[in-house]
Design a protein around this ligand. Structure first.
Ligand code: ZN
Length: 180
C-alpha cells in the first residue's frame, strides 16, 4: 500500500527460482485478481524481488516475469494510468508506446516480449515498481499536490469511493484505464 517504504526501494534480482518463489507468484496472482488489476509487482505486496505477474486478455493464462529488463523503447503514448498501490486515482501519463523486454519464466527459460500499447504500458509501470518509482513521480508539482491531498483525505475518511471502483470488476473498467 501507499506509504510502504518498500515501494520506494530498488528490488533485488532474483537469484534462485524455488518453491518459495512459485508460491509467492501464485499469491501475487490471487492478489492481482482480487484487486482487479492487470499487473502486480512484488514490492506491491512488500517483497523486494524483481518479478511481476500479469494477465492481459480475459482468456489468457496469468504470467510471471522474473528479472525483467527493457532493452528497447519506441514511440510515445498517453494513457490514463492507475496504480493498485494508490487505488482509484488515474493520471494521463506519456510513456513510450512499444517496448521490448526480456526476462525469465518460473521454469528459468528466457522470455522475450514485444509489448505494445496497454501491454507495453503495464510492463513499464511494473518495471518502475521494481526500481522503487511510483506513478506520482511523473506528475507535475500541482498534480502531485492534489493527488497527495486526495490520498490524505481518504486516509482520514476511509476509502469507500476508491474501494468501490476497485471492486467494480476487471473488464468493466477497460475504457477508463487500468490499475497496475
Ligand atoms: Zn502500480
Amino acid at each position: 500500500m501507499f506509504g510502504d517504504p518498500v515501494l520506494k526501494q530498488r528490488a533485488a534480482e532474483v537469484t534462485t527460482i524455488d518453491g518459495k518463489l512459485v508460491k509467492l507468484s501464485k499469491d501475487m496472482i490471487t492478489t492481482m485478481y482480487s484487486a482487479a488489476g492487470l499487473g502486480l509487482a512484488a514490492p506491491q505486496v512488500g517483497v523486494q524481488k524483481r518479478l511481476f505477474v500479469y494477465q492481459m486478455g480475459e482468456d489468457d493464462d496469468p504470467a510471471v516475469l522474473v528479472n525483467p529488463v527493457i532493452s528497447e523503447a519506441r514511440g510515445e503514448w498517453e494513457y490514463e494510468e492507475g496504480c493498485l498501490s494508490i487505488p482509484g486515482l488515474y493520471f494521463p501519463i506519456v510513456r513510450p508506446k512499444e517496448v521490448h523486454l526480456t526476462g525469465y519464466d518460473l521454469a528459468g527459460r528466457e522470455v522475450s516480449i514485444e509489448a505494445d500499447e496497454l501491454l507495453g504500458r503495464m510492463v513499464q509501470h511494473e518495471l518502475d515498481h521494481l526500481d522503487g518509482k511510483l506513478l506520482l513521480e511523473y506528475l507535475d508539482k500541482d498534480q502531485r499536490k492534489a493527488a497527495l491531498k486526495e490520498l490524505r483525505r481518504r486516509d482520514v475518511e476511509g476509502d469507500k469511493a476508491g474501494r468501490k471502483m476497485v471492486s467494480a470488476g476487471r473488464r468493466d473498467r477497460a475504457d477508463d484505464g487500468w490499475e497496475l
